[in-house]
Design a protein. Sequence first.
Length: 365
Amino acid sequence: MNLQKILGQQHIKEKMHNSIVKSNFPQSKILVDKDGYGGLNLAVEIAKDLLGIGVTFNGDVLDHPDLYFSYPTFVDKQTSQDLVDSWLDLIKKNIFIDFNDWKNTSTNNQGKIRKAEIDIIFSKAHLKSFSGGAKVFILWNMQKIDVYGQNKLLKLLEEPPENTYFLLITGSLDHLLPTIISRCQISNLNPINFEDQKKYLKDLKEEIDYDLIIKSSMGSISRSIKYLNIDAELISHEKNFVDCLRFAFLAKKNKKAILDLTKWVEMITSKSNSREFQGEFLSYCSYMIREAMLISYKSKNLTSFVSGSNFKIEKLSPFIHSKNLIQIVDLIEDSHYSIARNVNAKIVFKNFAIKLTKLINTAED
């Protein structure tokens, strides 16, 4: 395992490496990667150690015959085997992909890992390895597996073949069966810190505004890589968030601010702003509300926010309190859910702006 190639994750990567060296690495492991924190990259580096890359095999680990990938596909009866060339081409160019990168290779956006896929994994897991050593299965976007596939996978995790390892990458444990979770060792990935991101991005592209990109990424290296080739104005979620807040505060007493808020809705839902962008903006709202809440509840030491425009998060924190916190969080999550399911964006953000105006002006007493 090349620890230098794993961005961040100091809290787990050395322990994992040592457990492989001591031959006590678990056969079933879940990597919880909530938002592009490098789960696939970490899994591949783990696979290098388990497969003896550089010792028994000197090629690219991605071409190792005993490394198997499973990922969402987009057509009924389609399995990972049908898309393996596209998959390998994509991750060899960028190991920090997210689901949007993968689904953009298809005209159908609703990817799933179906039971037929797990049947293939079940069969391959019980075959003898090509190299005579370990076999490694990396299941990416585990939350996309339907319940039938999960039940089939459970049987495999309960009695895994000898020297066979399963690395399950998921954005959330909420969609996994409790019985699967109980069979696996779980590691939660952390957001990638500023310095690690900057060092990696500098090798990809020079003379860019690293500060703006990284501060807008919310710790997601996947998001930062996408931002490398996007106009700076479009990734300034902080500016959009601050503008929305300002208009929301003013709208209580100033009718003109209501017009400004309407214009803001038009901007955020314009054709130049994709649903992916809108979803990322709402994720950024969640992040900012969390940061303000931590300060409001006297836990500033737990915050990570660094402004790219001299915005003081302390000015927002008094307005995030017990009387509106849950409602604001629910509003953001409901809006995110609607955007992800192609509800009319103007309706979603108009509702978001109106309700946020009411909630942010709610007094604590």
